[in-house]
Design a protein around this ligand. Sequence first.
Ligand SMILES: NC(=O)c1ccc[n+]([C@@H]2O[C@H](COP(=O)([O-])OP(=O)(O)OC[C@H]3O[C@@H](n4cnc5c(N)ncnc54)[C@H](OP(=O)(O)O)[C@@H]3O)[C@@H](O)[C@H]2O)c1
Length: 430
Amino acid sequence: MAVGSVELGKGGKVINGPSIPDSKYFLIKQLLKRSPYIHTFKPCLWFTGLFIHIHFLRIYILHIAHTFKLKMAKYSAKQWFVKERTGDSLEVDKTFELVAKELSTDDLTEGQLLAKSLWFSNDPTQRLWINKDSVEGRLYRAPIRNGEPMETYGIYEIVESKAADHKKGDLVFARGHWSDYCVLDTDSKGDPGAFLFPVMGDPTDLLTLGVTGITAYFGLLTVGAATSKDSTIVVSVAAGATGSLVCQIAKNVLGIKNVVGIAGSDTKCELLKKSCGCDYALNYRSPSFKDDFKEATKDDIDLYFDNVGGEILDMALVRMKEFGRVVACGAISLYDDMKGPGGKAASAGISSDAWIQVVCHKIRIEGFIVLQFADQIMKALTDLGTWAAEGKVHLIKDIWEAKVEDVPQGMLKLLKGENTGKLITKVVHS
Ligand SMILES: NC(=O)c1ccc[n+]([C@@H]2O[C@H](COP(=O)([O-])OP(=O)(O)OC[C@H]3O[C@@H](n4cnc5c(N)ncnc54)[C@H](OP(=O)(O)O)[C@@H]3O)[C@@H](O)[C@H]2O)c1
């Protein structure tokens, strides 16, 4: 057989020459049959095949890499840790430390989420969590220890999920961390404060109602048992998140005759009168405060909603009616270096005068922690939502934007009285 020729048998089968086994390749075979350049053509075929194989291999490798990348999604997070708990006036640099951390899906165990922080709730109680003097077992939750991440309630967007009920892109309300990305557990492991549930509606409404709205609701109506029969109710820290709602419920829902709000500036007092239904709005920094207080409470107090403790609590105790009720909601003047109204040192104890009044006037003082009403939250949110829709209650929000580096400033804002209404941090991502 001459060089370059192909001998074909029945059906075009090559019986002598390069073997092409499949009759599907009839065209090629015909080409080969006619080609005097079979020796040039054969290597070309090999190279074409090799090229196609490499091409598909490349696509396959890219696909694997892409899948692997998704599985291994990484997030560069910055997270605040408690460096040194403090009983003194808070100084961010001494108390907290910002740590860069790489988070990836590999860090997640079953039931966990990797979440992007969107909004943080700023709560005075966070100051107690990191107070050096907060004793394990004597706070309503475990204090945060040195070296642990700083916690916060907030709204988070799920970016990676290993929990069947939560998918990427969903928003959740949860107790997470002061960080731009964090890992959230969907299992509370029996911790009543470790909430995690889906967000519906405006996230800032939920932070306002879901954290402090329910505190105002249960504090006033359940603990304080306030009714329209009460004629004078006094509220401290009245222009804050909880206080502003207590005043509005007292006036606009219960119709209490004399609602007295106490706050730290004339501007806040103006808001209390104009928007929160207060009959009296008293600035505790004013030199006439004590006299103003006497005037506003001349008929004595049925119910005092205490958010501040210290000197104002003392003043209220000596003006209570017989069987008057004191709702001990908080004592913010004692949380940070015992600074009382106007920056003066607060009396942490109740004065002897006031204590005698507690006995003689059969005053009931009852503390509470809103978490104790966890099973009734839906009823509270429904009522608050209805009152808001009816215009009886306005949600007063103070939203500030912060990069994760600036988040601790929110705690200082609360302690310095820079907020009006509910202070919410909108987390800015670069
Ligand atoms: N028991 C519970 O379950 C529960 C739940 C939530 C909140 N709370 C308590 O409710 C209170 C109010 O908290 P909130 O979340 O509604 O926040 P908030 O009222 O917005 O708290 C911040 C306000 O507190 C006032 N304040 C800060 N330092 C003060 C000081 N040394 N003396 C007097 N007033 C001071 C400032 O208002 P002025 O400018 O008017 O002074 C500041 O704007 C706190 O005591 C908190 O611990 C209790």
